[in-house]
Design a protein around this ligand. Structure first.
Ligand code: AMP
Ligand code: TRP
Length: 333
């Protein structure tokens, strides 16, 4: 039997190249080898305020972007989280064994609860994420570095449940690509590229125009020392000491399909300006291909809806097997 892979992205803000490099491009590779399930996690998105009209549109946008980035509905299942009520059901059950103290230690909670008005959903966010994963007896969860802690919690909850009620859930492992786990902001290379960055210049969105991409790459922070590209070829050192230029090389490598060292070799004798011109051209070329497919898919909403319906039916059926077991074990009818 092939491994089960599960992952998801929130339909909030704009999908950016960090999401693409850190998460979606991994999914595209995994779908050939595994039973792959990719979710649009709209119940997670509403833990911070969303405009309902915009949210509805964003859900379809993210679904279309999954497909445009290479997720193939013949190989993968794509569905909308809120269309499968088993997720919130299991979240409630897992809530009853989730230690308060451990939830309080979640980095994302600490960061988001100061940015937004606190609410119980925001605090409980990782328990819903655990339910997403555990419902499908998932083996692997391909994500960026920032989600590792949530997957550790997922494993802890599964272990607790299994211990208390008997073997029910498989323990999932995170799959994190070392080189591309954390794409940083182009304006502040010490912070990760994020949908909620206040500075729009820090983030390149998958649907950005050619002009936007050029401007953002041009204004990206490099280094006060002009010789960094020539002098340093080691990724770890670059990411510690010269993060701005190291991050741009990481992005270059990801879109070329190179490793870091090859990306460095190709650019080591260039000025920052020439390197940036090359990077901007590469991003414009690669993102244009995705954008073209996106527009076609987004304009054919019927076909998209059909893919999401099939995904939902599959998700309902598969997750119901686990939920039935859970109900039996816990004593729910
Ligand atoms: P989010 O944007 O928080 O919904 O994240 C969706 C997926 O993209 C998760 O797997 C994240 O770990 C991943 N991701 C988000 N931002 C980055 C980033 N800057 N670098 C690498 N992966 C990221
Ligand atoms: N919490 C993830 C994020 O912020 C999104 C997510 C929700 C997810 N459920 C998931 C990721 C299940 C992987 C598996 O990026």
């Amino acid at each position: 039997m092939s491994k089960v892979v599960f992952s998801g992205i929130q339909p909030s803000g704009n999908l950016h190249i960090g999401n693409y490099i850190g998460a979606i491009s991994q999914w595209v590779k995994l779908q050939d080898l595994t039973e792959s399930i990719f979710c649009i996690v709209d119940l997670h998105a509403i833990t911070v305020p969303q405009d309902p009209k915009v949210l509805r549109d964003k859900v379809l946008e993210v679904a279309a972007l999954y497909l445009a980035c290479g997720i193939d509905p013949k190989k993968s299942h794509i569905f909308i989280q809120s269309e499968n009520p088993n997720h919130s059901y299991l979240a409630w059950v897992l809530n009853t064994i989730a230690p308060f103290g451990q939830l309080e230690r979640m980095t994302q909670w600490k960061e988001k609860s100061v940015k937004h008005e606190e609410n119980a959903g925001l605090f409980d966010y990782p328990v819903l994420m655990a339910s997403d994963i555990l419902l499908y007896q998932t083996d692997e969860v391909p994500v960026g570095e920032d989600q590792k802690q949530h997957i550790e919690l997922t494993r802890d909850l599964a272990e607790r449940f299994n211990k208390r009620f008997g073997e029910t859930f498989k323990l999932p492992v995170p799959v994190i690509q070392k080189e591309t786990a954390r794409i940083m902001s182009l304006q502040n290379p010490a912070a990760k590229m994020s949908k909620s960055d206040n500075d729009p210049l820090g983030t390149i969105n998958i649907l950005d125009t050619e002009e936007q991409i050029r401007e953002k790459v041009k204004k990206a922070v490099t280094d006060s020392d002009p010789s960094v590209l020539k002098m340093h070829e080691h990724m770890n050192f670059m990411m510690e000491e010269h993060q701005g230029i190291g991050n741009l090389l990481t992005i270059y490598a990801a879109f070329k399909g190179y490793n870091f060292h090859d990306a460095w070799k190709e650019n080591s004798d260039k000025s920052y300006q020439d390197f940036k011109d090359g990077l901007a051209n590469l991003l414009i070329f690669e993102l244009a291909k995705i954008q073209k497919r996106y527009n076609e898919i987004r304009n054919g909403e019927k076909a998209l809806r059909k893919i999401l319906d099939e995904g939902r039916n599959y998700a309902l059926e598969k997750s119901s097997v686990t939920l039935r077991k859970v109900k039996e074990k816990v004593g729910l009818i």
